[in-house]
Design a protein around this ligand. Structure first.
Ligand code: GLN
Length: 488
């Protein structure tokens, strides 16, 4: 029964004593064990701590305490987010066996809200990738077709929601890692404005781009979770929002007065016809709901990927220098000297994609190349940000595809990094500009694979994105479809 409910619905049933917290958690643990085998979406399932927490939360609910709208709901956490006492590996051999002694702020808030962490979700190693194939513990399989990727890097977070093992999860998005796996798996996700959710306890990939966000079956669940995790935090000076988001509950049916920009050049070449058709149909649907849709040309489309990969790799090379084999993480057993500790621990601990990025990042930061690559990338980033600023003078939001294709076969692109990077063409500029975006299911490819679209807003306009996303999901049923033909 719990598997077919929304997170909000499940919490309601728990409050009304129709379902016990222990029952909900047991069902989620069983489902997590199952999808761990079938899709490799979990890296750890926390049976003991989850059952113990379930009993505590049930006792508080029984005592009449009104904890939060999602109290008692089980949740899965991407494995790059620190969970006290639960192994956090970032899907890397470098951190295998690492058990954090603290919770990330987002996890702390989830626990304060009475939610129960049931396990850690598989991903690309250190969140570097777009297919959840680069992790050291195997690829995540897409529940819609297990021969295909789940997308990445938050592949486990999206796949476990698609399989309805859990109602909600946390992912992280540096250049598309929440939105793209949501599109590939037919679920909903929010990449919050940079500075809306604390990054404390999120293992850093590219600190100026990283942001934690919610994934769920629909926008209401995602919004409920975002309200819980957002808000300032003294542990993260870049978390600038004062108060957590409060989204109004009133339901709007119409979108008169909402102006949505449609980037014409996003639909010319390089995009699969199935994706194009589904995304343009989503624009039509919003138009039928009263929104005004207007075409424009997205400036600098060809530069976003280059700027993103230079900046992301530069920051990654610096962030990952902390894994030195001494302080924490893997230490090579065969090292005989200090320099061998560094060299062998890092050679054995990191996978190919992570090494590639550390090398690229070190290169663009090195003297002689800094000005021609890194500095230019930062200048490009500033221009991208200001062109978004002027677009938001014309439009309330921008509607775009999330990825040029639906989910591809496991192994199909992994040997071609440049092709893989080009798959991020529609998502990375959002992170470069620090903007919020929601990813919503909007159709299926000819092969029956989910396709999503995104709505991109100005900084801290999550409430507006939520309102439009909600209208869209009340008019459509794509988010209710489940792998295997069922409906939620
Ligand atoms: N695919 C992008 C990358 O590999 C985005 C990853 C992410 O958002 N974590 O950098």
């Amino acid at each position: 029964m719990t598997c077919c409910m929304s997170a909000i619905g499940l919490a309601g049933a728990i409050r009304q004593r129709k379902i016990g917290v222990g029952e909900a958690v047991d069902a989620a643990l069983r489902a997590a064990d199952k999808v761990q085998k079938e899709h490799n979406s979990f890296l750890a399932v926390a049976h003991d701590s989850a059952r113990k927490r379930a009993a505590e939360i049930q006792a508080r609910i029984d005592a009449g305490e009104d904890i939060s709208v999602l109290a008692g709901v089980p949740i899965g956490i991407k494995d790059n987010i620190s969970t006290l006492g639960i192994e956090t590996t970032c899907a890397s051999k470098m951190l295998e066996g690492y058990i954090p002694v603290f919770n990330a702020t987002a996890v702390e808030r989830i626990e304060q809200a009475g939610m129960i962490v049931i396990g850690k979700l598989n991903m690309d190693e250190f969140a570097m990738g777009g297919s959840s194939e680069t992790g050291a513990f195997g690829a995540v399989r897409n529940p819609w077709d297990i021969s295909r990727v789940a997308g990445g890097s938050s592949g486990g977070s999206a796949a476990s929601v698609a399989a309805r093992a859990v109602t909600v999860t946390l992912g992280s998005d540096t250049g598309g890692s929440i939105r793209q796996p949501c599109s590939f798996c037919g679920v909903t996700g929010i990449k919050p404005t940079y500075g809306a959710v604390s990054r404390y306890g999120l293992v850093a990939y590219a600190s100026s781009l990283d942001q934690i966000g919610p994934i769920g079956a629909d926008i209401d669940d995602c919004a409920a979770l975002l309200q819980i995790i957002s808000g300032s935090d003294e542990m993260d000076g870049t978390c600038v929002i004062n108060q957590p988001f409060v989204f109004e509950d009133s339901i709007t049916e119409r979108l008169e007065g909402v102006k949505i920009g449609l980037p014409r050049n996003y639909f010319e070449g390089g995009i699969d016809d199935d994706v194009k058709t589904a995304v343009l149909a989503a624009a039509k649907e919003l138009e039928c709901a009263g929104a005004v849709i207007e075409d424009f040309d997205m400036p600098l489309m060809d530069y976003a990927i280059h700027a993103y990969y230079i900046i992301a790799c530069a920051e990654a090379s610096s962030n990952l220098s902390r894994y030195d084999g001494l302080k924490y993480g893997r230490r090579s057993p065969s090292a005989g000297s200090l320099s061998e500790v560094y060299r062998l621990s890092r050679s054995e601990g990191f996978g190919l994609e992570v090494k590639r990025r550390i090398m690229l990042g070190s290169f663009v930061l090195s003297s002689g190349y800094y000005d021609s690559y890194y500095k230019k990338a930062l200048q490009t980033r500033a221009i991208i940000k200001s062109s978004y600023d002027s677009l938001f003078g014309r439009f309330d939001m921008i509607l775009s595809p999330v990825a040029p294709t639906a989910a591809y076969k496991i192994g199909e692109n992994i040997g071609d990094p440049l092709k893989m990077y080009m798959g991020d063409i529609y998502t990375v500029s959002v992170n470069l500009a620090g903007l919020p975006a929601v990813s919503l299911p909007c159709g299926f490819s000819e092969d029956g694979l989910p396709v999503g679209f995104q709505l991109i807003g100005s900084a801290f306009s999550e409430a507006r994105l939520f309102r439009v996303a909600r209208v869209y999901q009340r008019r459509t049923a794509f988010h209710k479809k489940r792998p295997g033909g069922g409906a939620a």
